[in-house]
Design a protein around this ligand. Structure first.
Ligand code: GLY
Ligand code: MN
Ligand code: MN
Length: 462
């Protein structure tokens, strides 16, 4: 393999950040026991994959500031491979992965201290891998034991998340290509779940949340996705007001809404889509009114998403539309809470909209990357939160740049409350799309599933 793979390019870029006498240690994820002798399905570490493209467990990358890369991986072992599957092995790794050297992972404790010797700085991810700091300490202790033989021990430890998070925040062409594909598969899965719900109800069949979850999974795997990017939320009726609800056994009833928040992972990249639709394919008046309000707030957020804008701008645009809409629908009483500006200033919308509008998206569904503009982190402003009374320290939010990917996911969740018109009780609506920031605006990569109420109804008519 040549230096032109995205992984080799990323290693070279990262090496330049380590300094000539720096060295970085990057483990993949541990295997985790589920119960007795069954493990959870293995998912590699995102940072490790970003730098290697390697998905086997029991692997480590050591990257030196001069660009030299060493991989540690499970050795070939015919008996284990008969039981657990193929292993690449250290002999084949340099050719297959473009690394300069490869060792069996059993050599780790012997080889890593040699790689740390005579370096000034050791980089690893802080607070991401339990026990990593202790491993590094043990390796440094071995180097220190050699100082009388003239070895120099690194004197500085630095958080590798700093440079790696910044790199991962701006997606390269390879990543965007995979993310577009993941989004199309997920969009098809949402379409399938919507159509199945309406069809089963038309046929007089019982529909449960897990039936729709099954449709999602079917379409994910059919599209080549390895697994869902996160636990799918399929929430019928009032369950939609539980933000982290998981697809369960509740009946999907004619006349109620269903909220599905689900996205597949494809080749290590997540997609993250939410649609809310009427189980039978026809919105009632109050459902439609609330739905159109959330959609209008999403439109405003999309319009505010472009290179040069701030990460918080879409959220503020959302809140502005929701605040006015909650007053218009009399969910908030203007006599009590005042104007839309007052609703925003006092955060009176919070009981109905209690999450943020966006998060970064990438290999991890809540992807890494600072939400504060790095060059402005020292510009702090204090304010007292009107609801909690807590002192909050604000820093300038991140300036959006082309290639950043974020979700845009406004919602409204109305629990039964005396002050609120009963027709809105138990409605939970969220609409979520994934946006790639571009110079003039953003590219919504998840619109393979419609979002306008009329289009959803048309799709569900069959
Ligand atoms: N599905 C997780 C989220 O929307 O943030
Ligand atoms: Mn999301
Ligand atoms: Mn989501």
């Amino acid at each position: 393999m040549t230096n032109s793979t995205p992984y080799a390019e990323r290693r070279a870029r990262l090496a330049a950040e380590l300094g000539p006498h720096g060295v970085a240690i990057v483990p993949t994820a541990p295997e985790r026991q589920r119960n007795r002798d069954s493990d959870f399905l293995f998912r590699h570490d995102s940072y490790f994959y970003y730098l290697t493209g390697f998905t086997e467990p029991n692997a480590w990358l050591v990257l030196e500031g001069n660009g030299r890369s060493t991989l540690f991986c499970a050795p070939k072992d015919l008996e284990r491979e008969i039981w657990d599957g193929y292993r690449l092995g250290p002999e084949a790794a340099p050719e297959a992965l473009g690394v300069d050297a490869a060792w069996s992972v059993f050599e780790l404790d012997k080889q890593v201290p040699r790689l740390l010797e005579n370096r000034t700085t050791v980089w690893y991810n802080f607070a991401t891998h339990k026990g990593l700091e202790t491993r590094v300490d043990e390796w440094l202790a071995v180097v220190r034991g050699r100082v009388r033989q003239g070895a120099i021990c690194p004197q500085e430890q630095r958080d590798l998340c700093g440079p790696l998070d910044e790199m991962r925040l701006i997606k390269d062409a390879h990543e965007l290509d995979v993310m577009r594909k993941a989004s199309s598969i997920s969009a098809r899965a949402h379409v399938r779940a919507m159509q199945t719900s309406a069809r089963m109800l038309r046929e007089g069949r019982e529909v449960r949340e897990y039936h729709l979850d099954a449709e999602l999974l079917h379409e994910f795997r059919l599209g080549g996705s390895q697994y869902p990017a996160y636990g799918s939320i399929v929430a019928a009726g009032a369950n939609a007001c539980v933000l982290h609800y998981r697809a369960d056994v509740a009946p999907v009833r004619d006349g109620e809404l269903v909220l599905i928040d689900a996205g597949c992972e494809l080749d290590s990249y997540a997609s993250d889509i939410t649609r809310t639709f009427p189980a039978n394919g026809r919105f009632t008046g109050p459902q439609r009114a609330l739905y159109d309000l959330v959609l209008a707030s999403q439109d405003a957020a999309v319009a505010a998403t472009r290179a040069g804008a701030r990460f918080n701008d879409p959220h503020e645009a959302t809140v502005k539309v929701l605040a006015q809409g909650l007053l218009d629908l009399k969910i908030l009483d203007a006599g009590k809470v005042g104007s839309a500006e007052d609703v925003i200033a006092q955060r009176a919308y919070f009981p109905f909209y209690m999450h943020r509008t966006s998060h970064w998206l990438g290999m991890d569904v809540h992807d890494c990357g600072s939400y504060v503009e790095p060059g402005e982190a020292d510009q702090t402003a204090e304010r007292r939160d009107p609801l909690s009374g807590e002192l909050v320290v604000n820093r300038p939010s991140r300036i959006l740049r082309p290639g950043m990917v974020l979700t845009i996911e406004p919602g409204l969740y109305v629990r039964p409350t005396e002050d609120v018109p009963e027709e809105f009780w138990n409605l939970g609506i969220r609409i979520e799309d994934d946006a790639v920031v571009t110079d003039g605006g953003c590219e919504l990569i998840t619109r393979g599933v419609p979002v306008k109420a009329d289009e959803i109804e048309a799709l569900m008519r069959g």
